[in-house]
Design a protein around this ligand. Structure first.
Ligand code: ZN
Length: 314
């Protein structure tokens, strides 16, 4: 039986808050977007209430609120750890916002939500184990098995960006170059996050060629067969491909859906798949690594699907 009620969807990123609705036909529609208030919890909750009120005709009194958020959601308390977003850092959105809105509020990390959307309705549909690999400004991830998000210790799962890179040197033009182990905001040194995302690609280009270029410029030059960009991207594919292959070996994922800005560069993801296939224990006939289908609103889509898994009155 098709459910009657819509799901209110919120996406909380570093800069913006987005409001959407998942209607009774399971379509996600973006309704509104505002800048997140800099620091004030009261301003933040007032904005959420105002956004929902302005679009109240889209929802019903029983509509739950599904939130996809940056940061870590503590599994025991629901407290959010997102130190770069002080407006709701260390608040329990499920409890505190739920009480203010008088609605059921379901909250989960955005990379996990993206992975759930891909597993249930996107690039991972039909696969038992799906890994979501976020290659945005940094590197993140999520894991879904049998259609359920795997929520690990302290709310962390799939964080393949925070561990040391396995490739420590690359050969450029016959010269072996060591890759410096850069300090990572997580407290470790040499994390994949330093080289793996868009900022990482820029770091790598700077390290190898002493040149400053944006990730968009590097990718464009790579596609135009520019020699320096070719070297950078070839090194990047190895640096990212090795830990991604280990991740596949460990999790048993038969599909990796890539999200984040670099997912939009289809030739780059195809090249990454080729590299990863060379490192996994058993090469597959189908592609392992593909661009996700919900690059834009995957977080909200996944949060809504999670809400439908966890609520009974819809
Ligand atoms: Zn790190």
């Amino acid at each position: 039986m098709r459910r009657q009620s819509a799901v209110i969807c919120l996406d909380l990123g570093g800069s913006f808050i987005k409001l959407g609705v998942m209607n009774a036909q399971d379509q996600l529609i973006l309704l509104d977007q505002h800048k997140i208030p800099a620091t004030s919890w009261d301003d933040f909750t007032a904005l959420v209430r105002r956004m929902i009120a302005q679009h109240h005709l889209q929802f019903t009194a029983s509509s739950a609120v599904a939130i996809s958020t940056a940061g870590i959601v503590a599994p025991e308390t629901g407290e959010i750890f997102a130190s770069n977003i002080p407006a709701f850092h260390q608040h329990s959105l499920a409890n505190e916002l739920g009480a203010l809105l008088q609605r059921q509020v379901i909250v989960h990390n955005d990379a996990d939500c993206f992975t759930l959307a891909e597993a249930l309705a996107g690039a991972g549909k039909g696969h038992k184990v799906v890994f979501g690999a976020i290659l945005g400004s940094g590197v993140g991830g999520g894991l879904v098995a049998d259609g359920r998000i795997i929520t690990g210790q302290n709310g962390l799962t799939g964080e393949w960006g925070h561990g040391p890179i396995t490739l420590t040197e690359v050969e450029i033009g016959g010269v072996v170059r060591r890759l410096p182990r850069k300090a990572c905001p997580c407290g470790q040194k040499g994390c994949l996050d330093s080289y793996g995302g868009a900022r990482g690609l820029e770091n790598l280009h700077q390290t190898l060629h002493d040149r400053t270029a944006s990730s968009v410029e590097i990718i464009e030059c790579w596609q135009q067969q520019d020699a320096l960009a070719q070297q950078t991207v070839q090194a990047w594919l190895q640096i990212v491909g090795q830990p991604l292959a280990y991740t596949i070996n460990i999790t048993g994922a038969s599909r990796v859906a890539v999200g984040g800005g670099l997912a939009s560069v289809a030739p780059l993801i195809a090249a990454l798949d080729e590299v990863v296939q060379g490192y996994v224990l058993r090469r597959t006939a189908h592609r392992l690594v593909v661009p996700g289908e919900f690059a834009h609103h995957g977080g909200m889509m996944g949060a809504a699907l999670l809400a439908l898994q966890n609520t009974h009155s819809l």
